[in-house]
Design a protein around this ligand. Structure first.
Ligand code: MOS
Length: 740
């Protein structure tokens, strides 16, 4: 549990604003993303998707497509790429992707994969796909969430909880507010679409896949193919954004591998943007009702938070938005619940701070409404209810610098300039409003393994089967290994994105740096220990006979105090005639969670300008102060938080996947009509970290911050819009029509 990293004397390569080690490759285009990989002889696959949401296929006529020269195969339930006995067994498990491998003619949602065309060229496959005629038996579908529906189900979720007696506390509360907030379906829309290329050699498969989880993908695909994990290798060197949708291995991945096995050629599939609305997940819409009870001084006495979220009819996915109300503020009486509305839609999944992003919109908006009712400064209200310990478990925080975030964020933003009276601040004819919210995200930890080699040439090689999803993992892991080995970061080569490497967890839930980092550090320590053993046992070494504990590594040397004696890594390995020394580690989180509550925190402040005539809304500036334990790379960490705030702007003002209930399909299934913030939508963003030392979370003191940045942003913006206009918009996104 001790933070050993801070007690051992080492040159510090951590915390600095190091440029991305793969930055040049990415900006020059030399980085090979999955879609860039074209093995010799590859055939091209194109998906055909259902145009109805519920029913079955009565007829598929693919004769025209089949007659084209160069069309290699057309797979459908009439001609599945797997043995016919392989049928879908019952319902997919909650949280799993709900896979459809063309087992039968049943349709569960619009966009479900119903056929795959494989041809010599992409254009031919696309043309052939357009010639397939499909007849359906269409049944009435439900594709829009309606909270009055009787078919709502209670859901198992961390968002269910209770303490105290909320009903009684609400009846006694001096001040009470109740409001319902909604968040729409949102699509991840990573810049890089889903892409998969399957290459078989005999009975072994190499799968190039754009995934946040090479090991899970290997497992899933092997299971679908009915072969052993050891026969599958998944490679994903660069991922052009995932945001949660690439945590799962969706149907198209194993289907591509099945097709390649069947036609005995490599098969390459890249999804078109429009094809990614439905079969590869989305953030489910939520309807959240919050009731708050408080004393006149602002002290919260009761919180009730009820969430309904949409899910598919074949999987129970829960958007655990109510969970934020359990541990954000001190409050004796809390009740939270989660229900789900099963619809004829695809399988929803995790997206950008699942639960937290939606939940904090509702809770932090409700607090703003309460502050308004109390005529209290919204920041003062948060401070009044600050949780000195985790109010849900009663455990102390492993570390918590939220008060510092409130204070330094307010200062840097200039929160004191906010006018309490709505609509009273004008600049250049625009209504100016300021809003704030608390940011918070759980800290989860996973087991990971890693390998580090110190090479004969004095460099190091580090490996872990984690993924580079754009967050800077390759850079950060190089830094961690470099720091342990006393080498400059550019002397470390870090390899990832390959299921043949030491097993590491999926890249999600803000867990990577805190889970893989300690494994890399431990493997580096072991490699270094071996090098030290070589030196102290070697009569030719200046360190011969020296006690190992007094030796440290610096600039490619092993040294003792004041560098009175030193020996070069290269010299030690040359004399020992070793190509390298190697350390391997298996890092598991300890029992810290039994004694501490682990969380990251922050404070979001935004200023908006609203045109009183046109109702257009712009975020003018945003300040985010964050507390996330030890920061390994100041630059990539800041980028993460900036990116989170930008996607918070998207969530607040733009993003929504619009279902047309008359056709049961998403009408804005493209980046022209699914708006995400672009540079012109993004103001100057001041994202920074306050000092926060966590001595409990892991050996590195790292908490993981990937998802923290988006939390609270939508509420801060909604609160600022209210401050500017006096209009409380409780339904995201806040589009201008809602202000008229
Ligand atoms: Mo994230 S939603 O855990 O990729």
């Amino acid at each position: 549990m001790a933070n050993t990293a801070s007690t051992i004397k080492r040159p510090v390569a951590l915390g600095v604003a190091l440029d991305r080690v793969d930055g040049r490759a990415k900006v020059t285009g030399s980085a090979s993303y999955t879609g860039d990989i074209s093995p010799d002889g590859a055939a091209y696959a194109v998906l055909v998707q259902s145009t109805i949401a519920r029913g079955s296929i009565s007829k598929i006529d693919s004769s025209k497509a089949e007659s084209l020269e160069g069309v290699l195969a057309i797979f459908s339930h009439q001609n599945p790429p797997h043995p016919p006995k392989q049928t879908r067994k019952g319902k997919a498990k909650p949280g799993s992707a709900g896979e459809f491998f063309l087992e039968d003619n049943k349709i569960f949602y619009h966009g479900q994969i119903i056929a795959m065309v494989v041809a010599d060229s992409l254009e031919l496959a696309q043309h052939a796909a357009s010639l397939i005629s499909i007849k359906y038996r269409r049944l009435q579908a439900e594709t829009i969430m309606d909270s009055r529906r009787k078919s709502l189900k209670n859901a198992e979720s961390e968002g269910n909880g209770r303490r105290g007696n909320t009903k009684e506390a609400l009846s006694k509360a001096s001040i009470k507010i109740k409001a319902t907030y909604t968040t729409p379906t949102e699509s991840h829309n990573p810049m890089e679409p889903f892409a998969t290329t399957a290459v078989w050699e005999a009975d072994a498969l190499t799968l190039y896949d754009s995934t946040q989880a090479v090991t899970n993908t290997r497992k899933k695909v092997a299971a679908a193919l009915g072969i052993s994990d050891t026969r599958v290798r998944v490679i994903s060197h660069f991922v052009g954004g995932g945001f949660g949708c690439k945590l799962s291995s969706w149907s198209h991945v194993a289907l591509t591998a099945m097709a390649a096995r069947k036609i005995q050629r490599p098969v390459k599939l890249t999804m078109a943007r429009s094809q990614m609305f439905g079969p590869v997940g989305f953030r489910p819409s939520t309807l959240q009702t919050i009731t708050l009870g408080a004393q006149k001084n602002g002290k919260l006495t009761a919180i009730k938070h009820e969430t309904i979220s949409e899910t598919s009819k074949f999987t129970d996915f829960v958007e655990a938005a109510s969970a934020v109300s359990l541990n954000s503020y001190t409050c004796k009486n809390v009740i939270t619940s989660q229900r789900i509305a099963p619809l004829d839609i695809g399988h929803p999944t995790w997206m950008r701070a699942p639960g937290h992003a939606c939940g904090s919109f509702a809770l932090e908006s409700a607090l703003d409404e309460l502050a308004c009712e109390l005529k209290m400064n919204p920041l003062a209200l948060r401070l009044k209810n600050f949780a000195e310990k985790d109010p849900s478990s009663g455990l102390p925080w492993s570390s918590n610098a939220l008060k510092k975030c409130y204070q330094s964020g307010a200062e840097r933003f200039g929160w004191h300039q906010r006018k309490a009276k709505t609509g009273s601040f004008k600049r250049d004819g625009l209504l100016i409003g300021m809003g704030m919210a608390t940011a918070m995200h759980s800290v989860w930890r996973n087991s990971s393994s890693a390998l580090v080699r110190i090479m004969a040439d004095g460099t190091a090689l580090a490996q872990a089967g984690t993924q580079e999803i754009g967050t800077g993992t390759k850079t950060i892991m190089s830094q961690i290994a470099a720091e342990r080995l006393g080498l400059p970061p550019d002397a470390v080569k870090f390899e990832l994105g390959d299921s043949d490497l030491p097993v590491a967890p999926l890249s999600g839930g803000s867990t990577t740096t805190g889970s893989v980092g300690p494994a890399v550090a431990a493997a580096a320590d072991k490699a270094l220990q071996k090098l030290i053993n070589l030196a102290v046992n070697d009569k030719q070494s200046p360190l011969y006979g020296v006690s190992g504990e007094t030796i440290y590594a610096e600039e490619g040397y092993l040294k003792i105090g004041g560098a009175t004696k030193k020996d070069a890594f290269t010299a030690i390995l040359a004399r020992a005639a070793c190509k390298f020394v190697e350390g391997q580690s298996e890092h598991k989180p300890g029992d810290e969670e039994e004694h501490y509550s682990l969380s990251t925190f922050g404070a979001q402040f935004v200023e908006v300008a609203v045109d009183p005539l046109l109702s257009t809304i712009r975020v003018v500036r945003a300040t985010g102060a964050f507390s996330g334990g030890r920061i390994i790379n100041a630059k990539t960490a800041r980028s993460q938080m900036t990116g989170g705030i930008i996607f918070g702007i998207g969530m607040a003002l733009m993003e929504q996947t619009v279902m047309d209930p008359s056709t049961d399909h998403y009408v804005n299934n493209n980046l022209g009509e699914y708006y995400v913030p672009v540079n012109a939508d993004c103001p100057a963003i001041d994202a920074f970290f306050v000092e926060d030392e966590d001595h409990h979370v892991n050996t590195l003191g790292v908490k993981g911050i990937g998802e923290l940045g988006i939390t609270g942003v939508a509420a801060a913006i909604a609160n600022a819009v209210f401050n500017a206009t006096g209009k409380r918009v409780r339904d995201l996104p806040i589009t201008l029509d809602k202000l008229i």
